[in-house]
Design a binder for this molecule. Structure first.
Ligand code: FES
Length: 162
């Protein structure tokens, strides 16, 4: 069985991962529309502009039945990760890896970035295994029946109109 680091080579070619290219450089090379699409699909840029998940604020991002207890899922085309560390306790995190901006690809007992093997805690987003050294950005969600809604206001965690 391959390790996370071994699997990463097939996706990003090790440290030469295309995710290291900044959004600004992509815009210069491919035009704004192409760069936005590429960035949303594979890479993030934690230091520049809105994050890919910002467009999802106030919307239903997952159903509670889609998120396994003790694990989670990468949802909405890789824009965020929703986890359920304990039954009925739902958490959300940015899917942008804090190491070099790849989109995390899988959730098992940790959130895993296959680009270089970083692993993050499903309850807190803290780094369990590097090379990342900063936690995933935690996002506020509200459960409404079976809907998991990404809150509108990142500062207060409030839903629209709340
Ligand atoms: S981008 Fe390197 S481990 Fe995620």
């Amino acid at each position: 069985m391959k390790t996370v680091a071994e699997r990463s080579g097939a996706m990003c070619g090790g440290l030469d991962c295309a995710c290291r290219i900044s959004r600004r450089r992509l815009i210069g090379a491919a035009g704004a529309a192409g760069a936005a699409a590429l960035g949303a699909a594979a890479c993030g840029s934690p230091d520049e502009g809105p994050e890919p998940h910002d467009a999802l604020r106030g919307t239903v991002v997952a159903q509670t039945s889609d998120i396994p207890v003790g694990g989670g899922s990468v949802v909405t085309d890789g824009k965020l990760v929703v986890t359920q560390p304990e039954e009925g306790d739902f958490k959300a995190f940015s899917a942008v890896c804090t190491h070099a901006g790849c989109t995390v690809q899988e959730v098992e007992t940790t959130v895993n970035c296959l680009c270089h093997g970083s692993e993050f805690d499903i309850a807190t987003g803290e780094v369990r295994s590097g090379p990342a050294n900063r936690p995933l950005e935690e996002l506020s969600v509200t459960v409404d029946g079976t809907d998991i809604v990404l809150d509108d206001d990142p500062a207060t965690g409030g839903a629209a109109g709340a």
